[in-house]
Every structure is written in structure tokens, then in C-alpha cells.
Design a binder for this molecule. Structure first.
Ligand SMILES: [Zn+2]
Ligand SMILES: [Zn+2]
Length: 301
């Protein structure tokens, strides 16, 4: 029988990272629920690349033992005056911000000076229950499958990146990286009206995923020097040159007079293009060109 009741004198199950290469499902105490927080009965949790790096013992901040999970969907089972009603399905914004620093006071809490994240710096949501601040949940619209709702957190990263890039209808967009975030960025850019989206990715398996999504792909230039496949379009046709495959003509998209003239350069590819024309979307790290301001995302969980 499914119940929303919480037995406070019992423990709950959780996926606990206990050291490099080891995750145990074990009983742990129920989380405390401070004033202003609410308690969720977890329904679904996504597995992020960050989780894998934690499990491998490669994350710089995570310390074992740690309850994993920051891509969480759950049902509110205990709430407060500022939270959604009991029974509401919500997704979790896994950021823990101080609320006092300049960033927090200017609606930029995702870059809080003391930023921490559930599932990395504090217990996450791969557990029967999870406690989170009431302002860190977003109700899920009726009809959205719970597994899709679990994409909300990584999708938010992509939406933020594309918004920062100010992608406009009819433009061409270059995305570096075809991991889950890069693919999401490309999909959101397409949704934002990008006429052409090119994805730069070194791994052939990831390029195939991008191509299957209908995007043009370009292998990393360093890979090409080692003799790997040349760039292809979504139909598998070979492009003659990585550099030529990047749309650089100012005529390829509407003029953007408000954008300051500069070029953007990605060192591992040797690609340079005028960002007066092309939005620069990096889902992993910053563009290295002096004076450039690419659309880097917030710190990723
Ligand atoms: Zn993540
Ligand atoms: Zn802060």
C-alpha cells in the first residue's frame, strides 16, 4: 500500500556512497525538517555524471558517507506555510544558498558565495525521503511523467545557458560537448528558434547521439589530427573541413548590433568564430578568448 505517512521512529533506505567505487543501500535516519523546509517522499531520481564522479572518488568536495542524488522528483508529505500542499508532486532545485551574500540578494543565488548542493555537500535524494527548503521545489504540471520530470534539473542548466547566449530565431548555434547537458543545450537552442545547431564532440558515441537528435556534429580538432572521422551532417555526409563547417559569415543570421564585436576561440578545437554572429554556448567551461563573455552555465551539480 502506498502511503504518505512517515514513521518518525524508524529509519529509511538510502543509496549511500561509502568510498571510491562503492555504493550501499542502507538504513539511515530520517532527515531533520527545520522550519521553512518540507519533506518529500521521493519517487524518482536521475543519475548525473556528477554522481558517477562522486562514486569514482573524483569529486573535489564530496565526502563519504554521502546520500547521493540531486535530480529528484517527489511528493510533498510534510509542508509549512510557505510550501506547496501535501500531495503535490514537485522537482527539487538542489542548491543550498546563504540568502545573505550579494548574489543571493540579487536573484543570483545559483552563484552564492557559500553555495552547496544536495547530494554533494549535503544528503541527497536517492532515499525514501528528502528534506529541502520550501523555496527549493517547483510543482510538476499534471500529466508530466515522473521520469521526465526528473530531467527538470539538468534541463534548467540548458535553459539558463541558452538564455545567457541570447539565442534568437534563425541564428546558428555552436555547442561544445555532446554529453547530456550539451545535448539538452542543443535541443533548447533549437526550441529557441536556432536555424542551425552544430555540436562539437570528441567521442564518436556521443556524436552519434547528437546526430540522432538531428544536429550537425564536428569532432574535436585534436581527434581529427589523430586520424578520426571528419565532421558529418545529420545524414552522415562528410564535411570537408572542421573550420569550414563552422558558420562564420555575418550574413548567416540577422545582424546583432547590440552585441559587442569580439571573437571566440576554443583552444582544443582551434576553432575561432565571430560571436557578433554566433551565440557561444559552453556547457562545461569558459571560452578562453580575452574579452569574450560566453554563455557559461551556473556551477553544475
Ligand atoms: Zn547533475
Ligand atoms: Zn549567498
Amino acid at each position: 500500500m502506498v502511503t504518505n505517512a512517515v514513521s518518525w521512529d524508524a529509519t529509511m533506505r538510502a543509496a549511500v556512497w561509502t568510498g571510491p567505487g562503492r555504493v550501499d543501500v542502507r538504513d539511515v535516519p530520517y532527515p531533520r525538517v527545520p522550519d521553512g523546509w518540507l519533506l518529500l517522499r521521493v519517487e524518482y531520481g536521475g543519475i548525473c555524471g556528477t554522481d558517477l564522479s562522486i562514486v569514482a572518488g573524483k569529486h573535489p568536495r564530496a565526502a563519504a558517507p554521502l546520500v547521493l542524488g540531486h535530480e529528484i522528483v517527489g511528493i510533498v508529505v510534510r509542508t509549512g506555510p510557505d510550501g506547496p500542499p501535501v500531495g503535490t508532486r514537485v522537482v527539487v532545485e538542489p542548491l543550498i544558498s546563504c540568502g545573505r551574500c550579494w548574489a543571493c540578494r540579487h536573484q543570483e543565488s545559483h552563484v552564492c558565495r557559500e553555495l552547496e548542493l544536495f547530494g554533494i555537500d549535503a544528503a541527497g535524494g536517492l532515499a525514501d525521503h528528502m528534506a529541502v527548503p520550501a523555496d527549493r521545489v517547483v510543482p510538476v504540471q499534471p500529466g508530466v511523467p515522473v521520469r521526465r520530470a526528473a530531467w527538470a534539473e539538468p534541463l534548467a542548466v540548458a535553459v539558463h545557458a541558452v538564455a545567457r547566449a541570447q539565442v534568437r530565431g534563425g541564428e546558428s548555434v555552436l555547442v561544445f560537448g555532446a554529453g547530456p547537458i550539451g545535448i539538452l543545450v542543443a535541443l533548447v537552442a533549437r526550441k529557441a528558434g536556432a536555424a542551425r545547431t552544430v555540436v562539437v564532440e570528441q567521442k564518436a558515441s556521443r556524436r552519434k547521439i547528437a546526430a540522432d537528435c538531428g544536429f550537425e556534429t564536428v569532432p574535436d580538432a585534436s581527434t581529427r589530427r589523430r586520424g578520426s572521422a571528419p565532421p558529418t551532417d545529420p545524414k552522415g555526409r562528410t564535411s570537408s573541413s572542421t573550420r569550414q563547417d563552422i558558420p562564420t559569415s555575418p550574413a548567416c543570421c540577422p545582424p546583432r548590433p547590440a552585441r559587442p564585436a569580439r571573437s571566440c576561440w576554443w583552444p582544443s578545437t582551434g576553432i575561432r568564430w565571430p560571436s557578433t554572429c554566433e551565440p557561444c554556448v559552453s556547457a562545461s567551461s569558459a571560452c578562453s578568448a580575452p574579452g569574450s563573455t560566453p554563455a557559461t552555465t551556473s556551477p553544475r551539480p
